[in-house]
Design a protein around this ligand. Structure first.
Ligand SMILES: [Zn+2]
Ligand SMILES: [Zn+2]
Length: 286
């Protein structure tokens, strides 16, 4: 949630007076345009991460070694270890750690099983996991340890904490591009670099949006020029549907049903799509 800077201390004081909030980790955003979680939302969920994993199948409390932002920074810099991005591909496409393994997956469940299979021959190596705020890594590290990985480490506080610390210490970031976040900003830039491309014309761009055709709602990257040309839609087809009258939509209802059901679908980057190959994994080399 957003708190005016001059009220921050009073807010933290007030929070710490409630025993349930004692020692709660606070994560600070580094960029704000007034849209960052401007109201507090509390949701009761059966699980913190909807990971689809059977919690009884492994010890979820046997987590990896927590590394501070600075420790993580130095280990990534050495280039000797396996750096693994535990987020989905729409997150890593716009920003990731240098040399990280970023998988082409839509869900955490896929991510975690694929990582374990892919690195099966490298169980003795030092593994450095990271995610947005460190929560997904709690689960991922326990899962990997259960599957025999010997030296599992994770970035404490995630990219959010890393970005804050790097700025504070004035260090050159080993995270390049934008950190995707789930509020209306859809991301905050960490080092100012744009590493992804508009999915329609290929120009450098890292702005995510959902297709304005409500039957499509595809998450994709679109530059301002294409946003104007396609009226914030992912295709000419969607633009036509968006502009159709209710009567026309009724008439073509069969064609206008959501293309992808309710699953979260993301279009791959322009350049990847152009290669026209489906790869299960790729190492982010940028
Ligand atoms: Zn474009
Ligand atoms: Zn669309």
């Amino acid at each position: 949630m957003s708190v005016p800077e001059f009220n921050m201390e009073a807010f933290l004081d007030c929070l710490s007076k409630h025993t349930i909030f004692e020692n709660i980790p606070i994560k600070y955003a580094i960029e704000d345009n007034g849209k960052s979680f401007y109201k507090l939302t509390i949701k009761v969920r059966p699980k913190l991460v909807a990971d689809g994993l059977d919690d009884d199948a492994f010890d979820v409390t046997n987590v990896g070694n927590h590394l501070s932002a600075l420790e993580f920074h130095k280990l990534v810099e050495s280039g000797e270890h396996l750096v693994v991005d535990m987020r989905n591909h729409y997150e890593s496409e716009v920003g990731h750690f240098k040399g990280a393994i970023c998988l082409e997956v839509d869900t955490f469940r896929e991510e975690i099983t694929l990582v374990s299979e892919m690195l099966a021959e490298q169980k003795d190596r030092k593994i450095l996991l990271y995610c947005t705020g460190g929560i997904r890594c709690e689960k991922a590290s326990a899962y990997l340890k259960h599957h025999g990985f010997k030296d599992v480490n994770q970035l404490h506080g995630g990219i959010l904490e890393y970005a804050r610390k790097i700025k504070q210490l004035n260090l050159e970031s080993n995270f390049i591009g934008k950190n995707f976040v789930f509020d209306e900003r859809m991301g905050e830039s960490v080092n100012g670099q744009v590493i992804s491309h508009c999915h329609q014309c290929g120009t450098p761009c890292d702005t995510h949006l959902n297709c304005e055709n409500k039957f499509c709602h595809l998450l994709f990257i679109q530059c301002p020029e294409c946003a104007q040309k396609y009226e914030k839609c992912c295709s000419e087809e969607c633009k036509d549907i968006k502009n159709a009258s209710d009567l026309e939509i009724q008439r073509h209802k069969l064609h206008a049903t959501r293309k992808f059901g309710n699953s979260k679908v993301y279009r791959k980057s322009f350049l990847l799509a152009k290669k026209n190959t489906f790869v299960n994994s790729n190492s982010c080399s940028e």
